[in-house]
Design a protein around this ligand. Structure first.
Ligand SMILES: [Zn+2]
Length: 142
């Protein structure tokens, strides 16, 4: 039977949305939470995927993001600042919204799936606050 498993990850990260008309254009941060949801048929041992393997797949990216500033590559103000003040920065090519962070994690997870896996669908939900989240999902071909 098609079954979902999920694991949660937390990290702290700074960002800003340079073209946002409101408060989000300011430098600020969030305690982010990601829920990674994997859907598939459990194997003979009754597992969709070992939770340990889920952590092995996802945690390195979370560690890379933790306490970094997530930089939108088009944000030249911040880019100039970090050039003269080197800090932990991760650059992405799109605005650093929860939607795009969810997509960024999703792509990473799909690229890290072991060659023989039984995952039919991957979902990532990103909580920027307790009350707001963005979710992306992708069906995988077998
Ligand atoms: Zn924000």
């Amino acid at each position: 039977m098609r079954t979902s498993i999920a694991k949660q990850f937390r990290w702290e990260m700074g960002h800003r949305l340079p073209n946002h008309p409101g408060l989000c254009r300011n430098i600020h941060g969030h305690s982010y939470e990601a829920q990674v949801i994997l859907v598939g048929e459990p194997d003979e041992s009754g597992m969709v995927m070992d939770y340990f393997d889920v952590k092995t797949m996802v945690q390195p990216l979370i560690d890379r993001l933790d306490h970094c500033f997530l930089l939108d590559a088009s944000d030249t103000v911040m880019k100039d600042f970090f050039t003269s003040h080197p800090m932990k920065v991760v650059e992405i090519d799109v605005p650093t919204t929860a939607e795009n962070i969810a997509h960024y994690l999703l792509q990473h997870i799909i690229s890290q799936l072991p060659t023989s896996h039984r995952i039919e669908s991957v979902k990532v939900r990103i909580y920027e606050t307790e009350k707001t989240y963005a979710e992306v999902a992708q069906e995988l071909m077998h």
